[in-house]
Design a protein around this ligand. Structure first.
Ligand code: ZN
Length: 157
């Protein structure tokens, strides 16, 4: 049997509830964790949008990844494929992992009424989508955006 690499992250608790915690230091650019899930056509509270009409429903740690307006994790996701989660800066052991939901959701329909409590100076106050993200913040994520966001939005049928 192939021995799997030691897990870099685990599920933990924060003041928001369940979250993802680093077990070891994770360097900027490193894959933070891997997992599996399903690609569906339904947006849920846990899903990640990976195409204009496709959503990734996680079965692993990313189900507990909380939003921050100044995150330490970013994703790479080809259209319609499972996303991969990378450290976008050095993360210390014991630190909570967070991701900006604007980097993959075009519109956060199911979260739009929730106030953001990430506490950063640049907090947007709400959990919005890429559609509302200012151009400078879009550009700052560079490669750590769901790829479909860089493709033209299809016209509604
Ligand atoms: Zn915030």
């Amino acid at each position: 049997m192939k021995k799997s690499a030691p897990r870099k992250c685990r599920m933990g608790q924060s003041h928001f509830g369940k979250t993802v915690i680093a077990c070891v230091p994770i360097r900027k650019g490193e894959l933070a964790f891997t997992e599996t899930g399903d690609i569906t056509s339904v947006q849920t509270r846990l899903s990640y949008q990976v195409d204009w009409d496709k959503h990734y429903e996680p079965h692993g740690l990313s189900a507990y990844l909380n939003h921050s307006c100044r995150p330490n994790v970013g994703l790479k996701a080809k259209p319609g494929e499972q996303p991969l989660f990378y450290a976008i800066r050095d993360i210390a052991a014991g630190e909570e992992l967070t991701i900006d939901y604007c980097s993959f959701e075009y519109r956060t329909k199911v979260l739009a009424d929730i106030k953001c409590l990430c506490g950063h100076d640049n907090c947007r106050g709400a959990i919005l989508g890429y559609a509302e993200l200012p151009p400078a913040e879009r550009a700052a994520y560079g490669q750590y955006l769901a790829q479909y966001l860089k493709t033209p939005k299809p016209h509604k049928r």
